[in-house]
Design a protein around this ligand. Structure first.
Ligand code: FA5
Length: 342
C-alpha cells in the first residue's frame, strides 16, 4: 500500500467519524455516539483498528511517516469523541434546566367530576325534610305484591296492577297476588316503616321507582320519588299543606305558592294532586292525601287513635322545575357539557 493511500484512508475515516459524532451531538443522543465510538474506535473490530493493519503494508521507508499519521488520527478521533460526549452532556443539562417547573407560571386547572344533579337534589331534599323533622329511610327496589299493592289498598282487580303498567319479574306468577316486581312507587316504604314502628312516625324515603311509561319530555321508565309520611294523633290536612308549603318555600324560594287539586289514590282519602307555582308557572309535582283507614288497619294501626298524611313527589320534576330543565332525558343522557352546569 502506498503511503498516499494509507493517509487518504485515514483522512476519510476521520471525516466520516466526525460526521457521525456530529449527528449524535445534534440529536443529543448518547446511544448514537456510543455506536459511532464502537464503529470507529472499537478495540476489536473498529475501523481504526482495521486501518492499523495497513501500517504493516506500507514501504519500510514510509513507516515513520505512516506511524506518526496513525497516532495523530487516533488522538484526533479520541479527542472528537470526548468533545462530543461533553457537548451532549452540557446541552442536555441546559435543556433539563429549561424544562424544570416554573413556579411563577399559573397552575394547570384540574377538572374534577361532581355529584349528578339528581343526587344533588336528593341530598338537598333530605336536608330540607330533615330540618322539618322527617327521618330518611330506605326500602327495597324489588318489592312484593303486599307492599306495592295489597297493603296500599290496591285490590287484585285494580288497573294499577296491569302488567302493562308494571315491571313484573319473570319468575312471578302474574296477577295471583304472589308476583314480585320493580316497585312502581315509593309508597311501599310507608308500609314497611309502619309494620316495624309504633306511631308516631315521621319519615321520608327517596329512591328509584320503575314504570314502563313511554319516555317523553316529562316521563322516564326509571325515575325517583320522595315519599313523606307523618302519623300521629290528630294529624290533619292542614298539617299536610303546611309541611308541603314550608318544603316548597325552602326548596324553590319564598315566592312559591302551592295548590291542591282533588284526585284519587287508593291509599289516601281524601287525595290531592300537589302543584307548585313558581316564577309564574304552575308545575305538577306529585300526589298526597290523608292515609286511608284501610292502610292503617293493614299495618296494625287503629284509625280511631291515629291519623296521618302521606305525599309522593317526583324528584326529577322537582330538579327540572328548580333548574328550568325542559326535558327529563337531559338528566339521563350523560352529556358532560350538560351535567357540568350543575
Ligand atoms: C304516586 O306515585 C303516588 N304514590 C304518590 C302519592 C304518595 C300519593 C302518597 C298519595 C300519597 P303518581 O303516579 O302521580 O303518584 O306519581 C307521583 C309523581 O311522580 C308525579 O306527579 C310525577 O312528578 C312523578 N312521575 C310519575 N311518573 C313519572 C315518570 N314516568 N317519569 C318521571 N316522573 C314521574
Amino acid at each position: 500500500m502506498s503511503i498516499n493511500d494509507f493517509i487518504k484512508q485515514l483522512d476519510t475515516l476521520v471525516e466520516s467519524a466526525a460526521e457521525q459524532f456530529n449527528s449524535a451531538i445534534e440529536k443529543l443522543d448518547k446511544d448514537i455516539l456510543e455506536n459511532a465510538r464502537i464503529e470507529f474506535l472499537g478495540a476489536k473490530s473498529g475501523k481504526l483498528k482495521s486501518a492499523q493493519k495497513g501500517l504493516g503494508k506500507v514501504e519500510k521507508a514510509d513507516k515513520p511517516v505512516a506511524g506518526k499519521k496513525f497516532n495523530e488520527v487516533k488522538q484526533k478521533l479520541e479527542g472528537l469523541f470526548q468533545a462530543a460526549i461533553e457537548q451532549i452532556e452540557k446541552s442536555r443539562s441546559s435543556t433539563e434546566v429549561k424544562e424544570q417547573f416554573d413556579v411563577t407560571l399559573p397552575g394547570t386547572r384540574i377538572s374534577t367530576g361532581h355529584v349528578h344533579p339528581i343526587t344533588q337534589t336528593i341530598e338537598e331534599l333530605k336536608d330540607i325534610t330533615g330540618r322539618l323533622g322527617f327521618t330518611a329511610v330506605e326500602g327495597p327496589e324489588i318489592e312484593d305484591d303486599w307492599h306495592n299493592f295489597e297493603a296500599l289498598n290496591i285490590s287484585l282487580e285494580h288497573p294499577a296492577r296491569d302488567p302493562l303498567d308494571n315491571f313484573y319479574l319473570q319468575t312471578a306468577e302474574k296477577n295471583t297476588g304472589k308476583d314480585n316486581l320493580l316497585r312502581s312507587q315509593t309508597s311501599t316504604v310507608q308500609i314497611r316503616v309502619m309494620e316495624d314502628t309504633k306511631p308516631p312516625v315521621r319519615i321520608v324515603s327517596l329512591g328509584r321507582v320503575y314504570r314502563p311509561d313511554e319516555v317523553d319530555a316529562t316521563h322516564y321508565a326509571m325515575f325517583h320519588q320522595i315519599e313523606g309520611l307523618m302519623i300521629d294523633t290528630d294529624v290533619t290536612m292542614a298539617d299536610l299543606k303546611s309541611v308541603l308549603l314550608l318544603f316548597a318555600k325552602t326548596y324553590l324560594g319564598d315566592d312559591v305558592e302551592i295548590r291542591f287539586r282533588p284526585s284519587f289514590f287508593p291509599f289516601t282519602e281524601p287525595s290531592v294532586e300537589v302543584d307548585m307555582r313558581w316564577r309564574g308557572i304552575w308545575l305538577e309535582f306529585g300526589g298526597a292525601g290523608m292515609v286511608d283507614p284501610n292502610v292503617l288497619r293493614s299495618v296494625g294501626y287503629d284509625p280511631e287513635e291515629v291519623s296521618g298524611f302521606a305525599f309522593g313527589l317526583g324528584v326529577e320534576r322537582l330538579c327540572m322545575g328548580r333548574h328550568g330543565i325542559n326535558d327529563i332525558r337531559y338528566l339521563y343522557d350523560n352529556n358532560v357539557r350538560f351535567l357540568s352546569q350543575f
